[in-house]
Design a protein around this ligand. Structure first.
Ligand SMILES: Cc1ncc(COP(=O)(O)O)c(C=O)c1O
Length: 391
């Protein structure tokens, strides 16, 4: 990327051929050629240059998906970026590309609960063992490495508990032991953190969230380095994972304003966090100031913070915390964050997943807030009135 992120994302992918500032949506199952010779020529090109967008079948993509992949390759500073129909599809692709029966993987304890279910339960059906490490104690990670370990799967920050981990240290442990690394970077996106530059082999983003930004698309991206490219390409082909051109177009459109939206999410989230940190019964799980939880570890690697935060609320009365959440009328109740709107969720066992290292006292409750692009004064006003319900 020659220009800054902000400039690149506004100027990239102009279509002078069609005289349109945006590339067209090309929908095709049949990629059509003028002769058999042309088909063979394309297939030869594809063999020589497998990331160059030389397609002979719609499942491989069209120019619309290729453009998105090329933009993301620049942003991620990756060798290639695979597009998947959902973010979870990218999680699946990363793991199944590099593991086989008899292997082991080591996973951050606070991963997104479907990732937890995939690694803890589903992988065992393929005789692949998952071991979970404590994100605040990397000795538990080092100790878990055996000769069978193929992959360290990180999610940063940890889902719902917002644990920031020493990413550089994780990569160096992995390299020392010749183990591959993958990170779920959905919270920050490469706008705030570039995992490939830290030495990760694979980096996942759920494009459903900030990339698209408007709560109406699903998609996923898996950035890879040269080392794992062939393995991922093979698995991608065999599983038939593909993002449709209409969704790819919407994600490309969303990317144009990713920086503007994330800057505003961050600004609003900081204001909300500052306001909430006045309450003694609330511990903010968000890196908004020097003495906040995990600030040092966040600062070490990130250039910014997005709009998703956790609140650890102390109360002997669970129903009063739920009442607080339910009275947040400017916040919707829903799971998929990263859109323009604010959201709230009371985090029960279902959302926390089956964690080994999560130490929540009986009188501690987790609430997740996604701070959207509304006027922060309105959000704070709503929170101020609702918080009175916590007893
Ligand atoms: C951290 C993280 N990774 C992956 C996913 C899955 O993304 P998708 O909903 O696009 O499948 C989510 C969804 O909430 C998520 O929060």
């Amino acid at each position: 990327m020659t220009k800054s992120f902000k400039t690149f994302i506004k100027h990239t992918a102009k279509d002078y051929h069609n005289q349109s500032v945006n590339p067209p949506i090309v929908r095709a199952s049949t990629i059509i050629f003028k002769s058999m010779q042309d088909i063979r020529k394309m297939q030869e090109k594809s063999k020589k240059d497998p990331t160059g967008g030389h397609f002979d079948y719609g499942r491989q993509g069209t120019s619309t998906t290729h453009i998105l992949s090329q933009i993301l390759k620049e942003i991620e500073e990756a060798y290639h970026v695979f597009l998947t129909p959902t973010g979870f599809g990218a999680v699946f692709l990363s793991i199944f590309s590099v593991t086989r029966p008899g292997d082991e993987i080591i996973v951050a304890d606070p991963t997104y609960s479907p990732t937890r279910i995939l690694t803890e339960n589903f992988l065992s059906e393929f005789n692949i063992k998952s071991i979970f490490y404590n994100p605040h104690d990397l000795k538990t990670l080092e100790k878990a490495i055996t000769k069978k370990t193929k992959l360290i799967f990180v999610e940063n920050p940890g889902s719902n508990t917002f644990d920031f981990q020493d990413l550089g240290k994780i990569v160096s442990i992995a390299k020392k032991n010749k183990v591959l690394t993958a990170i779920d970077n959905t919270w920050a996106t490469p706008y705030f953190l570039k995992p490939m530059n830290l030495g990760f082999d694979m980096s996942i983003v759920s494009a459903t969230k900030y990339y698209s930004g408007h709560s109406d698309v699903m998609g996923g991206t898996l950035a890879v380095n040269k080392k794992v490219f062939k393995q991922v390409e093979k698995t991608n082909k065999i599983t038939g994972l593909r993002l449709g051109p209409d969704d790819a177009y919407l994600i490309t459109r969303g990317l144009r304003t990713l920086d503007v939206r994330l800057d505003r999410h961050q600004k609003n989230a900081k204001l909300v966090a500052e306001f909430l940190s006045n309450y003694k019964n609330i511990k903010l799980l968000y890196p908004h100031k020097k003495d906040s939880f995990n600030f040092r570890m966040w600062k070490k690697y990130y250039s910014g913070a997005s709009g998703l935060m956790g609140l650890k609320i102390k109360s002997k009365n669970k129903n009063s915390v739920i009442k607080f959440v339910n009275s947040l009328k400017l916040f919707g109740y829903g799971y998929s964050w990263g859109g323009f709107e604010s959201l709230a969720l009371y985090q029960d066992k279902r959302e926390q997943g089956n964690r080994k290292y999560l130490k929540l006292a009986k009188d501690e409750h987790l609430v997740r807030l996604h701070i959207g692009l509304e006027d922060p004064k309105d959000l704070i006003d709503n929170l101020k009135r609702s918080i009175k319900h916590v007893k």
